[in-house]
Design a protein around this ligand. Structure first.
Ligand SMILES: [Zn+2]
Length: 177
């Protein structure tokens, strides 16, 4: 439900131009046993990765060098093969396989806040197992994405709750509909 996302935003100006063709993408990773972020400068439409670094400024600088060297002509032919092949045809979001045991910082925080139990039925959850991040007050009713509105829920509770508010849900006996 909430897989790890490759976030990206367009880079405009300078050597990257003004047409939003290049994007700075970031994704969480683990580096030396610590959570870190990997930055990539990508050209999504061509499926090209210009640079990868754990430092945003360095990623941009490397990409700039790469573009300057290629003078932005025949870019796809000129970037090294290992870069061009990072994601050939798949869409960006599924390009990097998410590690099955990786738990994002946000997910971990919500898990700890819910003390490892389903917020609704109290079932024991496994941090790396299947559980959902739940909006106590559904988004449809104006619930936010902040930590206070987010709780851990087991799959049956999450599916049973849908767009009810948490109070309605619990008052109707939890997961049974
Ligand atoms: Zn539950």
């Amino acid at each position: 439900m909430s897989g790890e996302r490759l976030l990206q935003r367009p880079i405009l100006g300078g050597v990257f131009g003004g047409d939003g063709r290049y994007a700075l993408a970031s994704m969480p990773c683990v580096s030396h046993g610590l959570y870190a972020t990997r930055y990539m400068v990508v050209q999504p439409q061509a499926g090209v990765v210009l640079s990868v670094s754990e430092d945003k400024v360095q990623a941009l600088a490397l990409a700039r060098e790469c573009l300057n060297a290629a003078n932005d002509k025949n870019l796809v032919e000129q970037v090294p093969a290992f870069q061009a092949e990072l994601w050939p045809e798949e869409p960006l979001l599924t390009a990097m396989p998410a590690s099955p045991t990786y738990v994002s910082r946000r997910r971990r925080a919500i898990f700890e806040q819910s003390k490892g139990h389903c917020h609704y039925c109290g079932a024991c959850l496994e941090l790396t197992g299947k559980w959902h991040i739940e909006h106590q007050l559904p988004r449809a009713l104006g619930g936010g994405d902040d930590g206070l509105n987010l709780v851990a829920a087991c799959v049956p509770c999450n599916l049973g709750k849908s767009d009810k508010t948490a109070i309605e849900f619990v008052s109707q006996g939890g997961r049974a509909e």
